[in-house]
Design a protein around this ligand. Structure first.
Ligand code: HEM
Length: 313
């Protein structure tokens, strides 16, 4: 059977499921896996973002400054090794990314975000930092730039809003949110700006939780004590809290806040703040759409033996 004929996870039987591998890792690693599946980071879901720099190609996508947040590559290595052990040369790294994202999203949401991922993607052989830097949306983008960027891949304004909800989990580097530290009060709650500024002053480029509900209680008590009851006991829960935070001007990235500056996008922020179940369903559908994006035009594919290197390396 060719890989194109594979359906769902039939070649990753229960004992090998990506989820088992994920469970070996700390919950903290799951958001990275979700982010890795994001086509924005992998230019067409061909796993080109996983390729390591080599002497022939020293500037692969993962070296691009815009990809500063990507991690969990060792997790993907482990999953790939387990799958190769069981059925060598059958499951691509691109498919493994989607399976891992599916399982991470399900774990992080207590099963509320769930979708069936079809297999059959091939791994790309091209990976260039300059292309990633040029193609990917930046956290400093305006709403017009974000909409344009998503439109190029056939994603709507609504899907931009839905997918941005992934920022309910995970972390960001202060260098990704510098603009927020000086943003005016109508764009960011001043007390939250103060919290971020305090944390970002503590090192060259520290990380902060994307979701204020995952902040440490001490920092919140000192800056926004009224928010203390909303802090979560279990960090990194994937739900619609991003939209509530956004309406309260308590989000980390400029690109998050920008969603409030355009009528249709703002309407969807309200819609998903009001209806968490709808967001769970629509987010699942949007991840499926992401997973179906074709490889970049004209590119060749293979099933890599190791996710970090093309086969002829
Ligand atoms: C709308 C365009 C988007 C922009 C501008 C954007 C930007 C960013 C930035 C700047 C970070 C932090 C990187 C760092 O400093 O470490 C981040 C983190 C993250 N993003 Fe996005 N993103 C976008 C869309 C998405 C989408 C579509 C998804 C998934 C469906 C996603 C999932 C994540 C996750 C899970 C993290 C946290 C990763 C971790 O904890 O390691 N983002 N994003």
């Amino acid at each position: 059977m060719s890989v194109q004929q594979l359906k769902g996870n039939q070649h990753i039987s229960d004992p090998d499921r990506a989820i088992i591998m994920l469970c070996k890792y700390r919950r903290n690693d799951f958001p990275c896996t979700l982010q890795l599946c994001d086509w924005l980071k992998c230019l067409g879901c061909d796993a080109s973002v996983l390729l390591d720099p080599t002497p022939e190609n020293p500037h692969t996508e993962k070296t691009a400054p815009i990809n500063i947040g990507l991690a969990a590559f060792d997790l993907l290595d482990d999953i790939k090794a387990a799958v190769e052990d069981r059925c060598p040369g059958v499951v691509s790294c691109a498919d493994i990314l989607i399976f891992a994202a599916r399982d991470a999203a399900s774990l992080l949401s207590n099963g509320h975000v769930h979708f069936d991922a079809l297999a059959g993607r091939l791994d790309g052989v091209h990976s260039h930092a300059a292309e990633a830097q040029q193609d990917l949306p930046d956290s400093t983008f305006t709403i017009a730039e974000l909409i344009q960027n998503f439109k190029r891949k056939n994603f709507t304004i609504e899907e931009l809003v839905i997918l941005s909800g992934a920022h309910a989990v995970g972390v960001g580097h202060c260098s990704s949110l510098r603009a927020r530290l000086t943003a005016p009060a109508d764009q960011i709650l001043p007390a939250y700006r103060g919290l971020l500024a305090g944390k970002c002053a503590k090192g060259p480029d520290p990380i902060v939780p994307n979701n204020i509900r995952d902040e440490d209680a001490g920092a919140v008590a000192a800056t926004i004590p009224g928010f203390l009851p909303k802090l979560r006991k279990v960090k990194d829960f994937l739900d619609n809290s991003y939209y509530h935070n956004n309406l309260a001007r308590i989000v980390t990235f400029n690109s998050d806040w920008q969603l409030l500056t355009e009528k249709e996008a703002r309407g969807h922020v309200h819609e998903y703040a009001d209806n968490g179940t709808l967001w769970d369903e629509d987010f699942s559908d949007s991840l499926v759409k992401l997973s179906k994006l074709p490889m970049p035009h004209g590119s060749k594919g293979e099933i890599r033996k190791m996710c970090r290197f093309v086969n002829h390396h």
